[in-house]
Write a protein that binds this ligand. Sequence first.
Ligand code: LFR
Length: 486
Amino acid sequence: MAAQSVIAVDLGATSGRVVLGTLAGGRIDLTEVHRFSTAARQTDDGLRLDVAGLFAEIQTGIGLAMAAATAPVVSLGIDCWAVDYGLLGDDGLLEQPFNYRDPRTEHGRALVRERISEAELYSRVGLQDVPFNTVNQLADDLAAGRLDRARRFLLLPDLLASWLTGLEVAERTNASTTALLDPLTGQWDWELVDRLGLPRRIFPEVVEPGTLLGTITEGPAAGVPLVAVGTHDTASAVVGAPLADDDVFISSGTWSLVGMELDAPILTEQSRAADLTNEGGVDGTVRYLKNVMGLWILSEAVRHWAAEGRDLSVPELVAAARTVRDAPHFDAMHPSLLPPGDMVSRVKALAGGDARLDDPAVFTRALIESLADAYADVIAEISAITGRSPRRIVVVGGGSHNTLLCQRAADRTGLPVSAGPVEATALGNCLIQARAVGLLAGSLTDLRRTVMASTTVTQYLPRPEKELAAITALSNEFGANPAFAR
Ligand code: LFR
């Protein structure tokens, strides 16, 4: 088959990218044509997202992709972080959407609790009780009267898709992060919607990932079909993760999403107590996972140091962290780490005020060790609840390039780590488009063969902790540096 191209729009918490994916000879080659900031802005009225600005950047990127394509562009797909949404009135967007890191969600969560217990909510929707779930945001909107004039609520990728095509839908993988979707039927839980007092009219029709939605009518890709991919970025990342049976995935970036792909949700009390979430995946799969705070902690600390006039880069910090002998550990899942702001003080507070954390190298090492601890804990919980014995960890996303984190994840969990592809989300987005328009066929396993044919992965073997400790102790005795070669 002659080469053909698809365009993936991939919006992550720090940057958005427009990527041209070209399929030929059983491989897919990605070219990033545009990158821009997606950072939320602190305004007098909360932490807000300039979605009109994002849309303009996306259109610029699409124009660049169309110009760069040497093969026909046969479709386009959008993925984005989950839970955030825009409210549309009769004349378009009512206001700039809030970002989920805005503390208003705590108020919303309290309002939801008045109407439904956490246990009942979990048994209905199967989501980890985190403040930013869409349901809490909508409850806050309802109380503030912001839904009065709302005709629709559209999750961000659906909102952007509606601006391209005029069509208003809710793609299922992202809708599954609202805590308003029944994970068994894949439809809105209307009884829950009513109980919370949310107006039914704002809920769009749910569509399956992989649906060919319609034709783009606006901008440089006018005439190109739009595919509803796994529009939740983590759904696309897991499609692009070359998983075998009983593998654990870690989608590692701003967040570390640690989980397993299952056939059906687990809605038991034991699962709720472990705070594990059931997110909807492509082809009826379930991403059974936990949100670990991830490299957001480091990027916020880097911003903090920059404000103090210290210009530090993540690769530099990771290199420096490699030579740190001993660093405190802290709870890398603690909710106090969610909002933007002074991360170093908050981490210090969690580590009993340990002043060593003022040193950026120690801070970075502490984070990496604490993330590895969290991975081990989550994997143990998932294993206990599912009865499955994970054989390997597949790390995808930006964090797959963090060699120290990958190695420590292997050491701490005792499992081998396969790291890569770094661009799993864009790949997953492209693959679902390619299948929807008939360029590829088959199951997720078949699609993942294309991933394997298109990228290289790096392997990390676990090192026995006891021996590591002995070597470190010996090095310390001689005042030597226990950094390990890689
Ligand atoms: C990752 C992600 C996570 C979701 C969080 C908030 O980018 O989409 O899956 O829990 O962001 O939307």
